[in-house]
Every structure is written in C-alpha cells, then in structure tokens.
Design a protein around this ligand. Structure first.
Ligand code: NCD
Length: 320
C-alpha cells in the first residue's frame, strides 16, 4: 500500500503541499491517463458523491471537477451559482457548508472571500477542496500548471519563468508561485501595472523561500529569455470604477511579434478565460499550450486529487 497523505484531508492552500505529495499526484495522474487511453479505468469512486458549491462563475474548473468524479463512477451535487440555493433566503455560509457536508463525501468550493475554503474546513465533516477563494488561491489549478511546465522544463531550479498580468487578484498566480517556491534557485519575473503589484507579504515570503523574484512594471528585454510565459487576465469584475480598468486593460498583449523574441523552446500559458492579453493569432504557435496541454491536465489532475482524497490507496487499487 502506498502511503496516502491526502486521504480524507482538506486542500485549501498550496502551502499544504510538498514535493513528495506532488510526486504522488503526478504518479497517479500518469496511471489515470494510461487507464483512460486503454479503456481500463476502474470505477474507483463508485458510491462517492462530490458537492460542487460555486458562489462565483466558472467554466473549466466546475466542468472538469464534475467530469473527474464521473470518470471514476462517482456522483455529484452541482450548485453552479448559489441563486437557486437557500443562500438567497439568507442562509449563512457556515450553515450551508455544515448541511452539504452531511450529503456528500467531499465539497469543492469556489467563493469570493479570501480564506473561505480554510474557514469551511473547520466546519465541514468532509474534505474541502479550494476551487478559488477570492483573489487568494486556486491550488488545484497550480498543480496541473506545474505538470505542464515540468513536461517542457526539466531543471526547474535553474529555470526562468515570467508571470504577467493581475498579480493582486490572480489567485492562480498566487498558488503557482507557491508551488514554484518548492524549487529554490528558480528565477521568476513578475510583470504587472503599478496598480496590480504582487502583495508585499507574498513577495517577502517567496524571497524568503529562496526564489529569485524580480518585479517589473514594464516589459523589458530581460524577460524574453524566459522558459515559460504565464499570462493572466486583468480581472475586470474586481474594479469598482470601470474607468480604472479601462486605463490598464491593454497594458500588454502577447502577439506574433512577442513570439519572435521568445526562445523556440519557451511555452506560453494562461489559466483562461482570456480577455485581450493574448492575440488569437498566437494560438496556433506550437509554443502556445493554454488551449492544448494545459486543458489536457485539467480533468486528469482533478481525478488524481479526488482519488487521493476519497480513496485510501488509489495507486495500489489502479495498479492491481
Ligand atoms: C481563473 C480563476 O477563476 O481564477 N480561471 C480558472 O479557474 N482557470 C482565472 C480568471 O478568472 O481570470
């Protein structure tokens, strides 16, 4: 039996993970991919039910979690937006979490408040999986992004990654930076308008971990030799005054000209949805992986995580 540190545990922050845990998810994902390809996947989560409580909009995260549980033969309770739930009658977050934890085996939660998943983990009697807590974190997204990066960049500790966009509300970025900090020595350029700098406490924590973190407010030549370009949307919905958004919405754009400056081996990533920050003519360049490889990992990594959380020995069970 492979020791499974995820079993019956919550996943609300990337800081709960270390390299060994990530290796386990990676190993299980590989088995899942090959079982899906050969049509030999066992219904490991038959009889298990996942509640998806999404207080905020979602396409990929919501759909890929539901897809993941169903591939394993499990069921789900989908709340895509809470408008049809008792939340509209004024039910508290705590009561909602307490209630659903009696109806299912795990809850995947997206909520606009920072820390909501960690808070829910103190209330729920079943594991909570964070699918985005405000502008804070999105840990499951970061795991699959790491796997996409690792299939192109073999020596991460000596790699250079550029992250562009909204560094304040970019929760995928916060989780990705957390996971990259497990590779001390890595160089990361973070590029954003002055209004959307990475929060100071995150900058100091990452540097403390040994990350060579370089901040930019303009795109300068130093970034073009990067191995990875991770682009993210400026979050229009977070601006109280839309005029402030209009001022910075076009501050950068990846175009065919940008591709000319990048290494042939570089990759361009994006958590999606995209607004205007990557020109659609970039999509067909082999270095663009946001509509291909990144999406490929979305369901299988979530399958691996659900199996780890809901089954005591998924690696052993799938290898039998
Ligand atoms: C992102 C999110 O919701 O944080 N998308 C995702 O889950 N893949 C990014 C965004 O909304 O810009």
């Amino acid at each position: 039996m492979t020791h499974n540190p995820f079993f019956q545990s919550h996943l609300y922050s990337i800081s709960q993970l270390d390299k060994e845990k990530i290796e386990l998810v990676y190993a299980l994902e590989k088995i899942i991919v090959s079982r899906l390809q050969t049509g030999t996947l066992k219904p490991l989560l038959q009889g298990k039910i996942l509640s998806a409580l999404f207080y905020e909009p979602s396409s990929r995260t919501f759909a890929s979690f539901l897809s993941a549980i169903q591939y394993f033969g499990g069921g789900f309770i989908p709340f895509h937006g809470m408008e049809a739930s008792s939340v509209t009658k004024g039910e508290s977050f705590e009561d909602t979490i307490r209630t659903f934890s009696h109806f299912c085996n795990a809850i995947v939660l997206r909520h606009p408040d920072k820390g909501s998943s960690e808070h829910a983990s103190h209330i729920s009697s079943v594991p909570i999986i964070n699918a985005g807590d405000g502008g804070n974190e999105h840990p499951t997204q970061a795991i699959m992004e790491l796997f996409t990066i690792q299939s192109h960049v073999h020596d991460l500790a000596n790699a250079t990654i550029t992250i562009l966009g909204d560094l304040v509300y970019g929760r995928t970025i916060h989780s990705l930076l957390g996971i990259l900090s497990l590779f001390p020595g890595i160089t990361v350029h973070v590029v954003s308008p002055q209004e959307l700098l990475l929060p100071r406490d995150r900058v100091s924590a990452l540097r403390h971990h040994g990350m060579n973190l370089i901040e930019h407010t303009t795109i300068d030549d130093r970034i073009w030799m990067s191995d990875v370009f991770y682009v993210n949307r400026i979050k229009k919905e977070k601006f109280k005054d839309q005029k402030d958004y209009e001022k910075i919405r076009n501050w950068f754009r990846i175009t065919p000209d940008s591709l000319k400056k990048m290494k042939q081996t570089a990759i361009v990533m994006h958590p999606l949805p995209r607004a205007d920050e990557i020109d659609t003519s970039v999509d067909t360049d082999p270095r663009a992986v946001y509509l291909t490889e990144q999406l490929d990992h979305m369901v299988t990594v979530r399958m691996a995580l659900l199996a780890m959380i809901l089954h005591p020995d998924p690696i052993g069970a799938l290898q039998e």
